[in-house]
Design a protein around this ligand. Structure first.
Ligand code: ARG
Length: 854
């Protein structure tokens, strides 16, 4: 499908058209061609004329035209090019330079071709020469042709007089022939090309064009007549000067910026004089230097390529030059393969192995437009790139970009991204980029997500594929079966949690960026992060509500974290003050409102929002992040607000939702008591006979910074304060998440930091203490933040530690009741450390990165 668009770019790939809309609409052609009208003169002339076109009544006319069209190419091609040529302003379709030889020997073909264009509503602008005719006349008058050493025709006053007549004769000959076929044409003998003497002494009446006046040309088209121009120019004061017709045509083209600049001559092509074969196409950006260096590229060919480059450098990228013959013109214009020689700018491809020279703005916006990229994460994604060897392949305007990464362990290059704009998919730049990838990578694998029909191109490019669900793994060049098996295994394993990296191609827009897609891509991104996080450029964390003890502890943790940095710290009370205890950069407390948060999210300024606000006030900030609609940044909320919300992931990794956390974007961080209690009760939940009771005592840091009796040191001295005797929010939280009722009574004591939980669990079967301990050891094997011990843990030993300690395991005489103790630092594993643990998981870092372990 792509190859059929090869030449679309050359003539107007910036034009959007939907081919399918035109399939089967040939019958409706005149409707598309709204400019196609017959005037009464045309009709009369048609009736008078004996030529093929005019034999038709207007009714049959369409059929004839269509037959002609269909003879030269497929319906699709014709419709496609017709549409492209018709979409630009009428005077911007084509400038056609007609050589004098064509007027002499191929007038009928020329007139037929031009008539054809005219009938389908296109208005080519014709500039003609009259070389052979001039030579003939000069010869008759006994004047030598008068070429100077440098190929310029020296023109005397006598010659100019003759030239003037010859030009107007030739011009009228063409105009008349066109008119005879009902093709309205207008002779334009002057007033368009303004020139200076090239060198009066040396060449006489030879001009170099200084200005082009488009008015006459435009007026002619407006009146519905093809402008037929001679190449005579004049000085501002009106002296006629002779100019080279090719030059005149290209000056006209520079002024009108047409899609096509066409040179019609008898040869009808440029020829490789070495192989004697036609040069089909020249992509100047890639091939110009090569052509210029070829010994066989000389004289006219050399000049034509050089002039075409000079011309096309000044025209839009979509413009191209065609060299063809009068009777091949339709084929050149309305088929993919063309007939003559096409010269276009072509594609300059680039390759980078570092981001230094990449136009990151362009790359970013291309990736951002990719329907499978989560918009907010492009910056972050790109920042992870430099963590492993990679190559970026792209074209100059970033219509296509491919990112191949080289993970040593896999040993086979992985095409991680392949993003194409709509424009890119309409021309063969996609294939060019692909070729360049293939040249560098003898083996490759990649994954594409989406419907079967959207994968056609990939099936075509790959040697093998393996589909599971909506994702297909593609590869080529992988000789080693074992390696392939292992890649397929990885691929299928990654499907369980959707972690593969879906690539995309433009056109695969059937699936939009739904929440699930975002999640998919988010996790893909995380997987990459996780795999390559050794030298990550830090993820940016904003802390909202930084004044509390938890905030402070979190800041300290981030300060020592290998992959995180704080971007913003917001606190109403501390606004404007410098953030102490943070050394990675200087941060001033701000006081962010929802609107600012939305903006920041939109701008991708934050990878992770940490909400450390009192209960009940977080919602507007979360809403602001959502409203930004800029991809899913991670939000970790430390309040109780979302702990009962199904859409949020509850952040207690040790109790079975670690995998969910890896792909989570909304995490509610559990309460301190709730963390300790759940970890302490969970292994015994299947054996609970009636509700466990938890007697919890917290240090007064748990009562926050807002003055109250519960954090009043004097009041706490020699004291213990029970509170929330029933229905404490953590009681609900524990019961909710354990799925069994738990009774919990909190207390606050005079120590600052830490919690002790004394937990009584009635059991439905008898246990020995050692069995219970074993059960716990079993359950928490490998957990770095849980210590199962035999003796009774105490607050003092656990304060300022990042783990939970569970011990005691006193079983009563019946064996059906156990009392155990759990200690936890309310500010750490009870809050900040756990938040960090969750962030690590969700951003794909090592789970305990930045968490001091002992
Ligand atoms: N019809 C297309 C165009 O006008 C393609 C022409 C291709 N020509 C060629 N010589 N390869 O641009």
């Amino acid at each position: 499908m792509l190859s059929s668009h090869i030449s679309a770019r050359a003539i107007g790939s910036s034009i959007r058209y939907n081919t399918s809309r035109y399939i089967g609409t040939l019958g409706a052609l005149p409707a598309i061609r709204k400019r196609w009208k017959f005037t009464s003169t045309q009709k009369q002339q048609q009736q008078q004329s004996s030529r093929a076109y005019s034999r038709n009544s207007p009714k049959n006319e369409q059929k004839t035209l269509l037959k002609l069209l269909e003879n030269i190419g497929s319906r699709r091609e014709v419709e496609q090019y017709l549409r492209i040529f018709s979409e630009v302003d009428q005077q911007r379709f084509a400038v056609i330079k007609v050589g004098g030889g064509v007027l002499e020997n191929e007038l009928n073909d020329l007139v037929d071709s031009l008539t054809f264009l005219y009938r389908v509503g296109l208005y080519p602008i014709v500039v003609h020469g009259a070389g052979p005719q001039l030579n003939k006349k000069f010869k008759e008058a006994g004047i030598p042709p008068g070429y100077s050493v440098d190929g310029v025709r020296v023109t005397s006053a006598d010659m100019l007089r003759i030239a003037r007549n010859v030009f107007s004769d030739q011009n009228l000959k063409l105009v008349e022939a066109l008119e005879e076929l009902g093709t309205r044409a207008r002779p334009i003998h002057g007033g368009v090309f303004i020139a200076d003497y090239l060198d009066k002494e040396k060449y006489g009446y030879v001009g170099t064009i200084t200005d082009v006046r488009k008015n006459a040309v435009e007026a002619s088209i407006k009146m519905g007549a093809l402008p037929i121009l001679t190449c005579l120019a004049e000085t501002p004061s009106g002296q006629l000067l002779n100019v080279n017709a090719d030059t005149a045509a290209s000056e006209l083209a520079k002024a009108l910026k047409p899609l096509k600049t066409i040179y019609l001559n008898e040869e009808g092509q440029l020829t490789n004089s070495e192989t004697k074969r036609k040069i089909d196409m020249i992509n100047l950006d890639e091939e110009y230097d090569w052509y210029m260096a070829q010994p066989w590229v000389k004289f006219g060919t050399h000049l034509k390529i050089k002039e075409s480059k000079e011309l096309l450098d000044q025209l839009p990228e979509t413009s191209s030059v065609a060299i063809t013959s009068a009777n091949q013109l339709q084929k050149e214009l309305f088929t993919d393969s063309g007939a003559g020689t096409l010269i276009r700018r072509g594609y300059r491809l680039f390759k980078y192995d570092s981001l230094d020279n990449v136009n990151s703005e362009n790359l970013q916006s291309l990736l951002e437009k990719d329907p499978q990229t989560v918009s907010g994460y492009v910056t972050a994604y790109l920042s992870t790139l430099s963590q492993r060897p990679f190559k970026i392949y792209c074209d100059e305007p970033y219509d296509v970009a491919a990112i191949v990464t080289y993970d040593k362990s896999a040993g086979i290059p992985f095409l991680e991204k392949f993003s194409v704009t709509e424009k890119g998919s309409l021309n063969d730049v996609t294939d060019k980029v692909w070729e360049s990838i293939k040249k560098d990578n003898s083996q490759l694998f990649w994954v594409v997500n989406g419907e079967e029909k959207d994968k056609a191109w990939h099936f075509d490019k790959s040697q093998g594929s393996y589909t599971k669900g909506s994702q297909t793994l593609f590869w080529y060049g992988v000789e080693d079966i074992d390696k392939m098996v292992s890649i397929i295994n990885q691929f299928t394993a990654s499907q369980a949690t959707p972690e593969a990296t879906p690539l995309s191609k433009a056109g695969t827009r059937a699936y939009s960026t739904s929440a699930y897609q975002s999640r998919d891509a988010f996790s893909a991104y995380n997987i990459l992060r996780r795999q390559y996080s050794t030298t990550a450029s830090p993820a940016k964390v904003a802390l909202i509500g930084a004044r509390g003890y938890t905030g402070q502890n979190f800041i300290t943790l981030v300060n020592n974290h290998p992959h995180l940095s704080l971007s913003h710290v917001s606190s109403r009370e501390l606004e404007g003050k410098k953030l102490e205890g943070y050394t990675k950069s200087e941060i001033i407390y701000s006081n962010l409102n929802a609107e600012q948060i939305k903006e920041m999210q939109k701008n991708g300024e934050v990878d992770c929002w940490v909400m450390a606000l009192p209960n009940g006030i977080c919602a507007p900030f979360v809403q602001a992040v959502d409203d930004a609609k800029a991809g899913k940044s991670l939000i970790v909320d430390l309040s109780a607000d979302y702990r009962f919300t199904n859409e949020w992931t509850y952040g207690l990794p040790e109790l079975g939702n670690r995998e969910a956390l890896r792909t989570a974007t909304r995490i509610s961080n559990p309460g301190c008591y709730a963390t300790g209690s759940q970890l302490a009760i969970a292994p015994l939940v299947p054996y609970v006979s009636s509700p466990p009771t938890v007697f919890g005592v917290s240090g007064y840091s748990g009562a926050g910074t807002k003055p109250s009796p519960k954090n009043d040191v004097n009041y706490l001295k020699d004291n213990l304060i029970p509170y929330s005797l029933t229905n404490h929010i953590h009681e609900r939280e524990i019961s909710h998440h354990l799925g069994t009722t738990v009774n919990f009574t909190p207390h606050v004591a005079s120590f600052f930091q830490g919690i002790a939980l004394t937990i009584n669990i009635p059991l439905n079967k008898t246990f020995k203490s050692s069995e219970i301990k074993e059960l716990y050891e079993q359950q928490y094997k490998g957990e770095k933040l849980i210590k199962v011990v035999g003796d009774v843990p105490v607050v003092k030993d656990n304060a300022q530690k990042h783990f939970v300690k569970i011990g005691g395991f006193g079983v009563d005489a019946t064996g059906k009741r156990v009392v155990m103790i759990a200690t936890i630092d309310n500010l750490l594993k009870g809050a900040a450390t756990q938040a960090l643990q969750n962030i690590n998981l969700a951003l794909g870092y090592d789970e305990t990165a930045g968490i001091p372990l002992e």
